[in-house]
Ligand binder design. Structure first.
Ligand SMILES: [Zn+2]
Ligand SMILES: [Zn+2]
Ligand SMILES: [Zn+2]
Length: 262
């Protein structure tokens, strides 16, 4: 059975529109909410199991928008608010509908932070820590956390089915050699393209051009640009972003709700 990968959110930390910004991209997203970008996260439906990658502060809206009514497990890339802030949204689902704890796979260094952030939810989640380079199997899907360059312990996830490989790296500045080797030649690279123009955090994120370069370096068949903060450093509209991406072969800009068959 085919698995489906859904991008729940494709924005960086401030989201689009950002409540405190009035750039061209934010104005456009206020006028046309279809162009808005919620904070980054993804959902995988194996046909049997339903998995979240990260739980953004916009999680409730994302699940409603995509008519998702079940979550069986969660894999977390890292412990930054724009990726974990929505975990609390699952409390009532777990207590009123699921009636058992949800397995959550955290970076080893984030286990204590999880407990500190959600002291009342420790029974709602079955906390486990993932290990880099270990493959987790869910039905016929392989999920492997691989190191990213993001300042704190952070994974990208390599998803593998019989026919397709997809690497999801929402927050990274290039890739460590160990990861680049493992994702070489993937069908889909979905990666951090936070900055448009100058990269203000070159140790933690990429610009649009750097993301395109990374796709080329690893020989990705398709590169999808995500975790976009279109306000910085050169504000961009969705049309400008699409035009810039179209100048490169097999590169596109992600959007909320984008689906990829695995
Ligand atoms: Zn803006
Ligand atoms: Zn981050
Ligand atoms: Zn982020």
């Amino acid at each position: 059975m085919d698995a489906t990968f859904i991008l729940l959110g494709t924005g960086a930390g401030p989201g689009l529109p950002s409540f405190f910004c009035d750039c061209a991209g934010c104005r456009e997203a206020r006028d046309n909410p279809a162009l808005a970008r919620t904070r980054s996260g993804a959902f995988i439906d194996t046909g049997n199991s339903k998995l979240l990658i990260d739980a953004s502060p916009d999680l409730r809206h994302q699940l409603i928008r995509e008519s998702i009514t079940r979550v069986d497990g969660i894999f977390m890339t890292h412990w930054h608010y724009d990726h974990f802030g929505g975990l609390g949204e699952l409390e009532y689902y777990i207590k009123l509908a699921r009636n058992e704890a949800i397995p959550i796979y955290l970076p080893p260094s984030a286990v204590e932070q999880f407990t500190a952030a959600f002291p009342n939810l420790t029974e709602a989640f079955a906390v486990k820590s993932w290990q880099f380079a270990r493959q987790y199997r869910v039905d016929s899907l392989g999920i492997t956390p691989l190191p990213a360059n993001h300042g704190i312990e952070t994974a990208g996830f390599l998803l593998e089915t019989a026919g397709t490989k997809l690497a999801y790296y929402p927050d990274t500045a290039g890739l460590p050699a160990v990861s680049a080797g493992k994702v070489n030649g993937v069908d889909w690279l979905i990666c951090d393209a936070t900055f448009h123009g100058d990269n203000w955090f070159p140790q933690a994120h990429m610009s649009l051009e750097q993301a395109v370069d990374l796709g080329r370096q690893i020989g990705a068949k398709n590169t999808v640009l995500t975790h976009l903060a279109v306000h910085y450093s050169r504000p961009a509209t969705s049309r400008q972003l699409a035009e810039e991406a179209a100048a490169y072969e097999n590169v596109c800009v992600a959007y909320d709700g984008m689906r990829i068959k695995l």
